[in-house]
Write a protein that binds this ligand. Structure first.
Ligand SMILES: O=C(O)/C=C/C(=O)CC(=O)CC(=O)O
Ligand code: CA
Ligand code: MG
Length: 426
């Protein structure tokens, strides 16, 4: 094994944030201070506004840029891959153990490198639009069986040709740690009745997803080809697409998800870049039948990212793991999703969020929602530290994580967590 790059900043073995990762987020160093961009390293956060003010980004693309003095990452994300590479190179050099510039400047170092547990993470980007795809074949078959009956034709005939998606709601995308209020809404008429009920959702669920942040957008009317798509993607976060299954089931025909999804969507705070994920590139599932030409990639790839879901019930100290799955199972890749999204001329903007769709794998232990695990509530899902669930209860905290295990280092996403609180007025 080639000797690994190391940082002078303490990074414990097995840390999710070694110098090989350097994910981007936005944080407040103290209550009331303005948000600024940072990168995670070990148990610390590096304040990029401080490094930038100190003139340490000396490369041609970033030396005169104000992108790290903003309260979101949008300006940096808009600059595109050459600037992202320049930033990564600069940061890896500045943080490496043999580089004295920051290491030996104690005043600058204490200003720029802060303990992660003392800062507050906020939304990393201003999200103009959020789209949710439906790219796991296993999940699509499971949902088809549950919502539309019959395993035989569970997969809609368009599914193998179209990366299906819907336009989600950007205003209610929230950062990890934000409480999620159980939604109220209409649900189907109870057996033997004609009128729908109006009540707090009784079938509240999570969906484990990965979501991509769009870097440079595209002009209205100008599609992005599937082979150029990767240059429009800045990086990834874990996403929980909270879903009220009873509201969803009653409302979704014929226009798709609406209020059953728009009450809250949680993302993890650190955006892991495609550069950091490079060592985890792997083959994507073979497509049968072959995709149409505009979705056919010269170099088809995805990432090997093990992901996990756990539930921590109210008053419990331990979370019970209920799923272990992997991003690599997805049938439609993020490049296919992006190319499809723009093929009609639709413009994507910097900061748009493209969610993968629920990530379910082939086995029972790799499902991405309680809907699937409990087979629409017909079975109990056992929690290893006690209790059972069919759907989420008030007080439940859902904790999602993802860590790529590399050769001598990990590249992790941190956590995407959210606690269910009781419905409004109840
Ligand atoms: O099959 C359906 O009717 C609905 C499925 C979902 O709710 C999943 C969804 O939001 C898309 C996804 O996450 O895969
Ligand atoms: Ca979803
Ligand atoms: Mg949602």
């Amino acid at each position: 094994m080639a000797s690994l790059m190391k940082s002078f900043v303490d990074v414990s073995p097995g840390s999710q944030f070694p110098i090989q990762n350097l994910p981007y987020g936005v944080f407040r160093p103290s209550a009331g201070a303005s948000p600024r961009p940072g990168v995670a390293i070990g148990d610390s956060v590096v304040d990029l506004s401080v490094l930038s003010e100190a003139g340490l980004f000396k490369g041609p693309l970033l030396s005169s840029s104000s992108c790290f003095s903003q309260t979101s990452l949008n300006a940096f994300m808009a600059l595109g891959r050459p600037a992202w590479k320049e930033a990564r190179k600069t940061l890896q050099k500045l943080l490496s153990d043999g580089e004295p510039t920051l290491r030996d400047d104690h005043v600058l170092r204490s200003k720029a490198i802060l303990p992660m547990n003392q800062v507050t993470m906020v939304m990393p980007a201003v999200i103009g639009d959020y789209t949710d795809f439906f790219s796991s074949k296993e999940h699509a078959v499971n949902c088809g069986t549950i919502f539309r009956g019959g395993k035989e034709d569970a997969l809609p005939p368009n599914w193998v040709h179209v990366p299906i998606g819907y336009h989600g709601r950007a205003s209610s995308v929230v950062i990890s740690g934000t409480d999620i209020r159980r939604p109220r809404g209409q649900t189907s008429p109870p057996p033997g009745e004609n009128a729908p009920e109006f009540k707090p959702s009784a079938l509240l669920d999570f969906e484990l997803e990965m979501a991509a942040f769009v870097g440079p957008g595209n002009e209205l009317g100008k599609p992005v080809s599937v082979d150029e798509a990767a240059d429009h993607i800045f990086g990834f976060v874990i996403m929980n697409d909270w879903s009220a299954r009873d509201i969803q089931k009653w409302e979704y025909v014929p226009l798709g998800p609406f209020l059953g999804k728009s009450f809250g969507t949680t993302i993890s705070p650190w955006i892991v870049t495609m550069e950091a994920l490079d060592p985890f590139i792997c083959d994507a599932p073979e497509q049968d039948p072959p995709a149409l030409q505009y979705l056919t990639e010269k170099n088809r790839f995805t990432y090997d990212i093990p992901m996990q879901v756990a539930i921590r019930p109210k008053g419990e100290s331990k979370a019970s793991v209920i799923s272990n799955t992997n991003f690599k199972y997805l049938y439609w890749t993020v490049c296919q999703q992006l190319a499809h999204h723009t093929v009609n001329g639709c413009n994507l903007n910097t900061g748009d969020l493209l969610a993968s769709g629920t990530i379910s794998g082939p086995s029972f232990g790799s499902l991405g929602s309680l809907l699937e695990m409990s087979v629409a509530g017909s079975r109990e899902v056992k929690l290893e530290h006690g209790g059972v669930r069919r759907f989420l209860k008030d007080g439940d905290e859902v904790v999602m994580s993802a860590v790529c295990e590399g050769d001598g280092f990990n590249v992790g996403f941190g956590e995407c967590r959210g606690k269910v609180i009781p419905a409004f007025n109840s």
